[in-house]
Structure formats: structure tokens, C-alpha cells
Design a protein around this ligand. Structure first.
Ligand SMILES: Cc1cc2nc3c(=O)[nH]c(=O)nc-3n(C[C@H](O)[C@H](O)[C@H](O)COP(=O)(O)OP(=O)(O)OC[C@H]3O[C@@H](n4cnc5c(N)ncnc54)[C@H](O)[C@@H]3O)c2cc1C
Ligand code: FES
Length: 244
């Protein structure tokens, strides 16, 4: 897979997350992701594999990634001062057609990441939307200020309603479409709450090895039997396709 060295234009801390901006003037679809690693690879082989990140935002010239430091790969990206290496946008993102009325966007934890670029797309199509975000606590929920009007839940009750993102989003079945990203148990609950009449698209966060369809490390079970690769057929799936 081809990696492009890109200059880190800016970095900021938003609560528990890092927002990193880099130059990217190619097209980006909401829900697509990049494989990213620090520049200099493969000199260190540490870590061996690049890491997947959703596009947080893109204005046509600058792209940004919002990430949480979890281990070695994200810690190195957090420290990168000058350049990182990224792939072109990968995967199948959210499909937005605008039919049928207001839509709901739900993010759980770092699953908030693809919702900014998605909300920009909805605005460009004049589609009304509501945003619902769930976090562990107030430190992580700081990013909600990037989504004016978003309704927030925290597990410890320190911001917004106490509970999960679904506690902030009653009546999900009144929306024509529901788009969500977060851990699998949250996505399964969103699928149930959305009901059968709404379009429901879910962005999964399976761990990825290659990002280009060759390792089968990212597969998800589908209802018709078997598995599909979330880096190629996803990461955004129609909810009814998924087995859970
Ligand atoms: C399509 C896609 C988009 C993603 N977008 C974002 C994003 O926008 N921002 C962001 O912060 N993260 C995102 N992730 C998750 C991100 O890729 C991982 O956090 C990252 O790979 C961790 O790398 P690391 O080397 O820092 O941690 P590692 O050392 O690899 O792992 C540290 C800990 O995190 C756990 N972990 C690693 N990857 C995942 C995962 N995918 N799901 C759950 N737990 C995991 C490990 O089990 C381990 O406990 C995305 C993942 C996918 C598949
Ligand atoms: S990450 Fe290797 S096939 Fe998807």
C-alpha cells in the first residue's frame, strides 16, 4: 500500500483526545479512514503496522484525525512533530441520499470521530440532523463543543445525562436515517433502537492489520453467513447486513 509523507500542520488537545491536522487536498468521503504511522518507518519497525483512523474533518485542503492515545502507535503519532505517513482515503463510508427527513448521528467515545465530516456533508445537502454523543466522563466529552447543539451522555453523569449515548437519544425511531460509530455493543443497541423503517448505517471499529483487504484481520460476521472485511466492504455497513 502506498504511504504519503504529510506535514503535520497543527495539533491540539481536546479533553482526552488529540486533534492532528495535515495537508490533504484529495477527495474524502464521510466515514472513510486512513492507515497512519510516524514518518521514518520502516526504519524502526516499531510498531510494525500502521493504525487505522477515521477522517475527523476535511475542508478540501486540510484533513484532521481525532485520536485517543491507547498504545505505542497512537503515542508515537501524538509525539510526531513534523511529518507522518498516511494512505489515501480507504474503505466504504456513509451513503447519504437525503430522502425522507431529519437524520440522527450517534457517536460513542472515539466513535465521535467520523461525525464531523459527515455533518459537513449533511449541511452541504441541506439535510437537518441531530447529534448524540456518549462518553465515559467529562474529560472526553469536551469534544462535544465541536458539535453545537449535540446532546451528551456520560457514564459517570459528570456531563449531560447519566448513561450511554442511547440515554441521550430517546425516540431514535422518529428519524429517517441513523448513522452511528462506536463499539460493537453500542452499535447493536443503536440498530435495535432505530427500528426497521429507518436507514441505519454503522461504522465498525474492528482492529486492522493491512487496511487493504489482504490479511482478513478485520472481518465482521454478516447475516447471510460468513464474514466480510471491514477495511474493504466497510467500515460503514448497512445495519441489516451485520449478524449482530
Ligand atoms: C476504521 C477504524 C477507524 C478508527 N478511527 C479511529 C479514530 O478516528 N480515532 C481513534 O482514536 N481511534 C480510531 N480507531 C481505533 C485505532 O485504530 C486504535 O485505537 C489504534 O489502532 C490503537 O493503536 P495503538 O498502537 O495506540 O494501540 P495498541 O497497542 O495496538 O492497542 C492498545 C489497546 O487498545 C486496544 N485497541 C486497539 N485497537 C482497537 C480497536 N480498533 N478497537 C478497540 N480496541 C482497540 C487494544 O486491544 C489494546 O488494549 C479506528 C479503528 C478503525 C478500525
Ligand atoms: S485489515 Fe487486512 S483485510 Fe482488512
Amino acid at each position: 500500500m502506498k504511504f504519503y509523507p504529510v506535514k503535520v500542520e497543527a495539533r491540539e488537545e481536546i479533553g482526552g483526545y488529540t486533534l492532528l491536522h495535515y495537508r490533504w487536498d484529495g477527495p474524502v468521503e464521510p466515514g472513510q479512514f486512513v492507515m497512519a504511522r510516524v514518518a521514518g518507518y520502516p526504519v524502526t519497525f516499531d510498531p510494525f503496522l500502521a493504525r487505522p483512523f477515521s477522517f475527523y474533518d476535511h475542508d478540501g485542503e486540510t484533513a484532521s484525525l481525532l485520536f485517543e492515545v491507547r498504545g505505542r502507535g497512537t503515542a508515537l503519532l501524538d509525539d510526531a512533530q513534523d511529518k507522518i505517513e498516511v494512505t489515501a482515503p480507504l474503505g466504504r463510508g456513509f451513503r447519504v441520499n437525503g430522502a425522507g427527513g431529519p437524520v440522527a448521528l450517534l457517536g460513542g467515545g472515539i466513535g465521535v470521530a467520523p461525525l464531523k465530516v459527515l455533518s459537513r456533508r449533511l449541511e452541504s445537502m441541506s439535510i437537518p440532523y441531530d447529534v448524540f454523543l456518549g462518553f465515559a466522563d467529562a474529560r472526553y466529552s469536551d469534544v462535544a463543543r465541536e458539535f453545537p447543539g449535540a446532546r451528551v451522555a456520560t457514564v459517570d453523569g459528570s456531563t449531560g445525562v447519566r448513561g450511554t449515548v442511547l440515554d441521550a437519544a430517546p425516540n431514535l425511531d422518529r428519524y429517517a436515517a441513523v448513522y452511528a460509530c462506536g463499539p460493537n455493543p453500542m452499535l447493536a443497541a443503536v440498530k435495535r433502537a432505530a427500528g426497521e423503517n429507518a436507514t441505519c448505517q454503522l461504522s465498525v471499529e474492528e482492529r486492522m492489520g493491512c487496511g487493504n483487504g489482504s490479511c482478513n484481520g478485520c472481518v465482521v460476521p454478516v447475516r447471510d453467513g460468513g464474514y466480510v472485511r471491514s477495511c474493504i466492504e466497510g467500515p460503514v455497513f448497512d445495519a441489516e447486513v451485520l449478524a449482530w
